[in-house]
Design a protein around this ligand. Structure first.
Ligand SMILES: Cc1cc2nc3c(=O)[nH]c(=O)nc-3n(C[C@H](O)[C@H](O)[C@H](O)COP(=O)(O)O)c2cc1C
Length: 375
């Protein structure tokens, strides 16, 4: 008999896990959700999810297999899907750079001025793929071929994947930032909807978790909802359950885990930072994304320029990140993270983060019952 505390919801039955806590699939070139962290969350009774966005299909395969060496528990993979599946008009990175230099010279100039100001030499990303339908299809094929229990669609329409995923017995989850998108993801065949509030790290919608979660719960019932955005302790988990969610999808709180491979400087920004230093803006990819407001972001904000749409702004960011990483100036590297960073003050092993989420939730649920006098 295990002496671990018990705390189960419907999510545990659907995913065959012990606790209704999922590690958010974060696609930061594999650094935020490396195999050791994904496996640690699954081994601690939650559901580890690999962030596969931006990774070559064979790299995703390798990461799944490395994770499998470390755990036999259920795991998932998250991918960002293209909004449409038209393979025409997929320019190479070189073509996009040329277009930016021709049509938006001030944007490239700002990036180069910032590199020069910080004494960093420009290094260009080698991969020619920026956004590619073919690559996404190949990523999806890998996920369907390997031993994975959950497919998560971070963006886009997963309807073309659902039948094959279901045939394999996989659960398909779709992230949404509004009740309307939640209805779309259910129409696309998702088994679970993840409602991600405005306070979340990374790409974000406009509706905060408190109003979003119950609206999504009502919009898609009886399809179950998992809550994301601003959850880092038992109070957040208990709140999500009170709003009608059957579990949580936790990102920022796991970035600082000891097994996370996010650059130490970026982890430190989360540990030292206040919530108001993590604002959403479009300087990262062209779409609203919540990041730490470092000196590079401040320079864009002061520039009077408008962010370029995806994928143009992304091309500039990728080259900037590559350059500052090569020069070891990681305090300038883009650092997506959520408002909950203001509450995160130390690095811990993932296992401990999981244990504290579980025991904290049980405590809050018990304390709430004791504190409320129901007549
Ligand atoms: C560094 C980082 C990268 C992310 N990358 C992805 C991604 O590739 N796909 C996705 O669906 N969500 C992505 N997200 C969003 C998370 O899945 C999750 O919804 C969010 O982190 C939850 O909010 P929290 O950060 O407040 O816990 C990312 C978030 C962060 C912080």
């Amino acid at each position: 008999m295990s002496d671990r505390p018990t705390f189960r919801t419907q999510l545990c039955d659907i995913l065959e896990i012990e606790y209704p806590i999922m590690l958010a699939g974060m696609g930061s070139m594999g650094k935020a959700t490396p195999p050791a962290l994904v496996a640690a969350v699954s081994n601690a009774g939650g559901m580890g999810v690999i962030g596969g966005a931006g990774l070559e299909p064979e790299t995703i395969r390798q990461k799944i297999r490395e994770t499998r060496e470390l755990t036999d528990k259920p795991i998932g993979v998250d991918l960002l899907l293209p909004v449409n599946l038209d393979t025409n008009a997929e320019p190479t990175r070189t073509a996009l750079r040329q277009q930016i230099e021709r049509d938006y010279p001030k944007h490239y100039a700002l990036m180069r001025d910032q590199l020069a100001k910080h004494g960093v030499e420009e290094v260009r990303v080698e991969s020619e793929t920026v956004v590619s339908v073919d690559q996404t299809r190949a990523q999806v094929d890998v996920v369907l071929e390997e031993d994975v229990q959950v497919f998560a669609a971070g963006l886009g329409d997963p309807s073309w994947i659902v039948p094959q995923a279901h045939e394999k017995g996989m659960t398909v989850v779709g992230l949404v930032g509004s009740p309307r998108n939640a209805e779309r993801q259910v129409a696309a065949g998702c088994d679970i909807v993840i409602a991600q509030g405005y306070e979340a790290g990374g790409h974000t919608g406009k509706i905060a978790s408190l109003p979003l979660i119950p609206q999504v719960v009502d919009a898609v019932a009886p399809i179950p909802v998992v809550a994301a955005g601003g959850i880092a302790d038992g109070r957040g988990v208990a709140a999500a359950l009170s709003l009608g969610a059957i579990g949580v999808w936790v990102g920022t709180a796991f970035i600082v885990a000891e097994k996370g491979e996010t650059h130490e400087e970026n982890k430190q920004q989360i540990i030292d930072g206040h919530s108001q230093q993590f604002d959403p803006q479009r300087w990262y990819t062209g779409k609203p994304s919540r990041l730490f407001g470092n000196d590079y972001i401040k320079a864009w904000e002061a520039s009077g320029l408008d962010p370029l749409p995806l994928p143009y702004q992304r091309v500039i960011t990728d080259d900037f990140n590559e350059s500052v990483a090569a020069a070891g100036k990681l305090e300038l590297h883009m650092n997506p993270a959520g408002q909950i960073s203001g509450m995160i003050t130390e690095r811990k092993p993932a296992k401990q983060i999981m244990e504290e989420l579980v025991s904290g939730t049980i405590d809050v649920l018990n304390e709430t019952r004791d504190k409320v006098d129901i007549g």
